[in-house]
Design a protein around this ligand. Structure first.
Ligand code: AMP
Length: 446
């Protein structure tokens, strides 16, 4: 019979790799807490219309990458509804903001999320159909300061702090630019953007036919996306297109200048990239992307985000300017793995797995119960412990213990009768007798 495999583009994450995922999430939660963010968890399923309206019908995500189906009515009281597995979480967070009237508090909302997203993309390293994002949103009525350039700078500075906490280096000459880089741009307000898009459409008209089929289609449906194009042959044409910076009104220009000044003041390095427009329709003003030159190959975008001052209104809510980002957690983990491998290789080490504090080895099945009870006590005091089975041979117990733990605790008939274990610590090769009552101290301080 053929076996059943995980669906294409989805993955099982197994230990020990999951320990790294947990470390990343723990670090993110800790950094977000320090910046006064609270966690939000929204459903994985949303009404399809949320993304059609929020992300935009013409985007690649909505036009070809969503997992959407018609959810049949199960009872007369229900209506059939088109549902979608969320391809991103900002629209869901803003929906929840509107639904729970969070704006009525008058307070700025600082929310973060960690969870799976779904896009039907062509799978490759760093690009999956189920992937995880760690993201955050700052949103609130204008009176709460949600439009302030200070918020943009704070979010960017928090991201730098998170990457620093994870020990991902900043790109510099010293590390051959193998580290993270922040690129940012302003795509203007909701009045600047249509003027720019109109200018872009006009500039594309005479050159469009010389571009690749994808860009010809974008020129028609979503001209901003042409700027994102990686098509080599089209680069010269794209470089000559009008720049958004020339279409910003004074308020947008001033906002962007203040963001840059605040970044300078807190020492966050950045590059302004006038072509950075990003794929989602809801962005206004500041948009940004962090790339990293280790471990990701062509999928080197680690995270992206920006301002979405009009999104709440696009979803039928009150005016609620905001700014947010989404980190590709899969890519963050790949980056950390590549950095660990490089560090181990340069130190001439194979990377070592974290070891348990102790491996308990009962010598016969008669000591199994005593071993389990002792393990319970040690575990409840915080030690990590594995228990062998009394039917294993002593030699096998030693081999297993040496592989997984720092010490072996031997429990024979005499040991259990006297409540004194024989403990061997592998690193020092020292063997000694330790009363059960002292085991916790002896194993923890090894
Ligand atoms: P976006 O929501 O498109 O702005 O993407 C934000 C970040 O999510 C990107 O910079 C990637 O790190 C990550 N990401 C987006 N799509 C995928 C995918 N299919 N697989 C893995 N990571 C992804």
């Amino acid at each position: 019979m053929s076996t059943i495999k995980a669906v294409r583009g989805t993955r099982d994450l197994l230990p020990p790799e999951t320990a790294l995922w947990n470390r990343v999430e723990q670090t993110a939660r800790d950094v977000f807490r320090r910046y006064n963010f609270g966690e939000i968890r929204t459903p994985v399923l949303e009404a399809t219309e949320l993304f059609a309206r929020g992300v935009g019908e013409e985007t690649d995500i909505v036009s070809k990458e969503m997992y959407t189906w018609e959810d049949r009515a199960r009872a007369a009281s229900e209506k059939a509804q088109s549902l979608t597995l969320r391809p991103e979480n900002t629209a869901g967070v803003v929906r929840a903001y509107i639904e729970h009237k969070l704006g009525d508090t008058g307070q700025l909302q600082k929310l973060y999320y960690i969870g799976p997203q779904f896009r039907r993309e062509r799978p490759q390293k760093g690009r999956y159909r189920q992937f995880f994002q760690i993201g955050a949103e700052v949103i609130g009525p204008s009176s709460s300061g949600s439009e302030s350039p200070l918020r943009d700078a704070e979010v960017l500075e928090m991201l730098a702090a998170l990457l620093d906490a994870l020990e991902i280096p900043r790109a510099s000459e010293a590390n051959d630019w193998k580290g993270w880089k922040l690129q940012l741009n302003s795509v203007g307000s909701s009045t600047d953007r249509p003027r720019y898009v109109a200018a872009l459409r006009e500039a594309l008209l005479p050159v469009r036919d010389r571009m690749c089929p994808d860009n010809q289609r974008r020129a028609e449906t979503n001209p901003l996306r042409v700027l994102d194009s990686k098509d080599e042959a089209d680069q010269e044409i794209i470089d000559a297109l009008p720049k958004i910076a020339d279409y910003l009104d004074d308020a947008s220009k001033d906002h962007f200048a203040q963001v840059l000044a605040a970044l300078d003041a807190c020492g966050v390095p950045y590059m302004v990239n006038p072509r950075l427009v990003r794929g989602l329709d809801y962005y206004t003003r500041t948009t940004f992307e962090f790339t990293v030159d280790v471990g990701l190959g062509t999928q080197n975008a680690l995270l992206g985000g920006g301002r979405y001052d009009g999104l709440s209104e696009m979803l039928g809510g009150p005016r609620a300017p905001g700014i947010g980002f989404a980190i590709g957690e899969d890519r963050l983990v790949l980056t950390l793995q590549a950095l660990e491998e490089a560090a181990a290789a340069s130190a001439g080490e194979v990377s070592i797995m974290p070891k348990l504090d102790a491996y308990l080895a009962p010598l016969s099945p008669a000591q199994n119960a005593a071993a389990l009870s002792l393990a319970r006590d040690l575990r409840s005091s915080g030690l990590s412990v594995e228990v062998g089975d009394g039917s294993f041979r002593l030699k096998k117990s030693f081999e297993t213990a040496d592989r997984v733990a720092r010490s072996i605790v031997i429990l024979g008939e005499d040991e259990v009768a006297q409540s004194v274990a024989t403990v061997k610590t592998f690193a020092s090769n020292e063997q000694r007798k330790v009363p059960f009552a002292d085991l916790r101290m002896a194993l923890a301080t090894e």
